[in-house]
Design a protein around this ligand. Structure first.
Ligand SMILES: Cc1cc2nc3c(=O)[nH]c(=O)nc-3n(C[C@H](O)[C@H](O)[C@H](O)COP(=O)(O)OP(=O)(O)OC[C@H]3O[C@@H](n4cnc5c(N)ncnc54)[C@H](O)[C@@H]3O)c2cc1C
Length: 515
């Protein structure tokens, strides 16, 4: 992917078939689907690909055990099917992860055991493994750090795990390889209209500080929690459509879990579920569900949310984590559909909706990472249904994603590049493959690759989304940031002033990730 090439493409096209606004899971998924069907597509992202909710998830490709508890059967069946498709199409990024549900009373194991058997049945032949009930001794063997006081046994079940922002990047690269034009750091500021019909967008390039207009047969709004802002550019008087709900995760050292299995805590003090998931040598624990009034680009974790996670996780861990043990904390916003009744956000369905405005503007509302492919298919089928596009069949069920590699070594941090691993490693000399940190994995070759092939523009892009340094260990990221900025400046041919500006922005940002 090359930003300058994308800018050149802009001038070559008078009218696109599709303009997608938003470069998260939904927007990038739509770009892949659109390009596979052969539509001329432009995608515009205000910041970096995956900067929004799509880099702040629990990192699960799952049917959703909690949705099963809520009785949202259609969503669970759809998600389990998509889980299987995604694992088949990106085996280098999605892996099978087993979860242990520890039980502390007589009824829990049979209750969750039966529930998980139903979950297995719903997955059909796309299942990842059979769930089973296990004894107390087996539970301790699998999770040595589990709280043993009152423990009676447990249940194991299987779901998928992934690296969300690397998946976003993989979708961007897949769309790019199928001739989609993608631009990060371009914010849509208004819609172009011909009488009552939406015929394109006005946008600002935040790197070159230039304004553009682009025309298209259809505009698809995939801006997640900001979808309402775009809809208001078309219909200023609409009622509230989206209720943002914040979810926080904390990241701990591996010693708090000491297992390759994850824990599902089935009942928190607010009646939700909580996960403790091994991820890249650390443990991610979350999440929360807190209604917030206004969406923001960089949501801030609340002290109450962090305490809630620590308190609930501590009940299940023999080594109790404290505030000072937190290596990173991050928050994301769920774009839940606003409801007029007094439902709490945890009860609002996570399934997606496609809104078609009288002007022809198509908006994606809600959804999950797991179902991004189906969301994309539904969005484009909607454009076809209102005669905005020539009918063409969706092909993504069988589309292998960029870097597809059937078998990868999960303990190798380079597995995220799949079949491209050796290309990344051969960009510089052999010392360029040595990590700049003992704690988090980042090399000079990765920095170079991210800039040349993955459109990384800022220090944050590299440390937050091309690699996951900030999300794993914020203090350590702060320590290596000057080294990374210097290397970036060398590749991008930037001066000390650029380095200083990047470090200033980075030091402001990192405060949100440090407790
Ligand atoms: C705490 C939490 C945990 C989750 N865990 C999971 C999980 O484990 N598994 C799962 O399947 N799902 C999970 N989800 C859900 C999943 O992460 C989201 O459904 C998904 O990431 C939403 O993607 P999106 O593309 O719709 O939105 P986003 O990722 O937010 O993307 C929208 C993009 O639009 C851009 N944008 C906004 N305005 C403009 C503009 N004017 N011009 C151009 N671009 C613009 C934004 O910068 C942003 O990048 C979780 C969600 C949360 C909050």
């Amino acid at each position: 992917m090359n930003r300058s090439d994308s800018l050149v493409n802009l001038n070559k096209v008078d009218q696109w078939d599709i303009i997608v606004i938003g470069g998260g899971a939904s927007g990038l998924g739509i770009a892949v689907d659109a390009s596979k069907r052969g539509y001329k597509t432009l995608l515009l992202e205000k910041y970096d690909f995956g900067k929004g909710t799509s880099s702040r998830s629990t990192k699960l490709i799952h049917g959703g055990v909690r949705y099963l508890q809520n009785g949202d059967i259609t969503l669970v069946i759809e998600s389990l099917k998509e889980r299987g498709i995604l694992k088949r199409n990106a085996p280098h990024l999605v892996r099978d992860l087993s979860f242990v549900i520890p039980s502390y009373d007589w009824w829990s194991s049979p209750f969750y055991g039966i529930g998980m058997k139903i979950y297995d049945m719903m997955a059909g032949n796309l299942g990842l493994g059979k769930s089973i009930m296990i004894s107390k001794k087996e539970t301790i063997k699998l999770i040595p750090n589990v709280n043993k006081k009152g423990l009676r046994g447990g249940v194991i079940y299987h779901d998928g795990q992934f690296d969300d922002s690397r998946m976003a990047m993989t979708l961007a690269l897949t769309a790019d390889s199928k001739k989609t034009t993608l631009l990060n750091y371009c914010s849509v500021e208004n819609l172009l209209k011909d009488q009552d019909e939406v015929i394109g967008v006005k946008f600002h390039d935040n790197i070159n500080f230039k304004k553009y207009e682009a025309r298209s047969k259809v505009v698809i709004n995939a801006t997640g929690v900001f979808a309402e802002d775009i809809i208001r550019m078309d219909q200023p008087d609409i009622d509230k459509m989206i209720q943002p709900s914040q979810g926080v995760h904390i990241v701990l050292e591996k010693k708090f879990l000491k297992s390759k299995h994850a824990i599902l805590i089935p009942q928190t003090s607010d009646g939700r579920v909580l996960f403790a998931v091994p991820w890249k040598n650390y443990v991610v624990v979350g999440t929360t569900d807190t209604q917030v009034k206004k969406a923001s680009d960089e949501p801030k974790p609340l002290k109450d949310e962090i305490e809630f996670i620590l308190n609930n996780a501590s009940k299940y861990m023999s080594l109790k984590p404290k505030m000072t043990d937190i290596k990173s904390v991050f928050a994301g916003l769920r774009p839940l559909a606003a409801t007029s009744n007094k439902k709490s956000t945890k009860e609002v369905s996570r399934s997606h909706k496609i809104d078609i405005a009288p002007s022809g503007l198509i908006s994606v509302l809600g959804g999950k990472w797991t179902t991004y492919r189906k969301i994309a298919e539904d969005a484009i089928d909607s454009a076809i249904s209102i005669n905005k596009l020539k009918k063409k069949k969706c092909k993504t069920e069988k589309t292998k994603l960029f870097g597809f590699k059937k078998r990868v070594e999960w303990s190798d941090p380079m597995h995220i590049y799949g079949s491209l691993k050796s290309k990344v490693e051969s960009l510089g000399g052999s010392t360029d493959n040595t990590s700049l940190s003992d704690k988090i994995f980042i090399t000079n070759n990765i920095i170079k690759w991210s800039i040349i092939h993955e459109m990384a523009m800022t220090l944050e892009d590299i440390l937050a989304r091309r690699t996951r340094c900030i999300f794993l260990d914020a203090e350590e990221s702060k320590r290596i940031a000057p080294m990374v900025a210097k290397k970036m400046a060398e590749i991008l041919e930037k001066d000390q002033k650029w380095i200083d500006k990047e470090l200033k922005n980075f030091n402001k940002l990192i405060k949100n990730y440090i407790v």
